[in-house]
Ligand binder design. Structure first.
Ligand SMILES: N[C@@H](CCC(=O)N[C@@H](CS)C(=O)NCC(=O)O)C(=O)O
Length: 243
């Protein structure tokens, strides 16, 4: 029995480190976890890594020889393989699955693109960036409003239970200052950000790859390092089709 986790200090990467810590806190006996940091300065393109993640991104897991890519598929896989209230297996699973897909198809790409145009892309002029910035900002705010409405009735996205849908969505929303999407006009969303942040498993999960005193506020050096790496990844020349 083995569980290898290939991840890094990024929103999609922290989804998996949080999930592992939450499963431990829920009393699940996991196989020994082997952690591997994926260095996004090229390791994602190596043949060894592409053999387990053809999409060349982090995170990936390999459980008993079975590779799984895509952060939300990994959350679902872990949730179904090690059952807890994080991923219901009865009819209620559809509440969670639809919000997990919502995160994967909307929050991740929209907040990711907003962040890239705000902080990372350095091979476009301000004029060229203006339209996509306005577009992704408007869509990010619309998604925050959807989240706000969902939280009107209960403490977590799918009801009274905290689930993998919260883990997936929170990892992007918590960095709203970094992506410059103002969520503070939605106090319910802000409260939910704090509620999730207060969980011990989340505290341990988001410390993956980050010094303890930089979990909530990155140092200048770390910001610079993210900007440098992000700039490389976000530039058009990093998009290769010569697989
Ligand atoms: N939909 C994918 C997105 C993964 C993703 O974009 N990962 C980023 C880090 S957060 C990455 O590996 N970027 C490297 C690259 O684009 O070359 C998932 O949810 O796993």
């Amino acid at each position: 029995m083995s569980l290898d986790v290939y991840t890094g200090a990024t929103p999609n990467g922290w989804k998996i480190s949080i999930m592992i810590e939450e499963l431990i806190d829920a009393g699940v006996e996991l196989p020994p976890v082997n952690w591997h940091t994926v260095k996004l300065n090229g390791q994602q393109f190596t043949p060894e890594y592409m053999a387990i993640n053809p999409n060349q991104k982090l995170p990936t897991i390999v459980h008993d020889g079975r590779p799984i890519m895509e952060s939300c598929a990994i959350l679902q896989y872990l949730g179904e393989t090690f059952p807890t209230s994080l991923m219901p297996l009865d009819e209620g699973r559809w509440d969670v699955v639809q919000w997990l897909y919502w995160q994967a198809a909307n929050i991740g790409p929209v907040f990711g693109n907003k962040l890239s145009y705000t902080r990372y892309i350095n091979d476009a002029t301000d004029e060229q960036k203006a339209h996509p910035l306005a577009r992704f900002m408007a869509e990010a705010l619309r998604l925050v409003a959807v989240l706000d409405a969902q939280l009107a009735e209960h403490d977590y996205i799918c009801g009274e239970d905290y689930t993998v849908a919260d883990i997936a969505t929170w990892c992007w929303i918590r960095s709203y200052k970094w992506s410059k999407v103002d969520i503070t006009t939605k106090p319910r969303v802000v409260d939910w950000v704090h509620r999730v942040r207060a969980r011990p498993g989340v505290e341990r999960g988001i410390s993956f790859g980050v010094p303890k005193d930089e979990i909530d506020k990155f140092s200048k050096e770390r910001r610079k390092q993210y900007q440098q790496n992000g700039g490389g990844i976000a530039s058009n020349s990093s998009l290769r089709s010569d697989l």
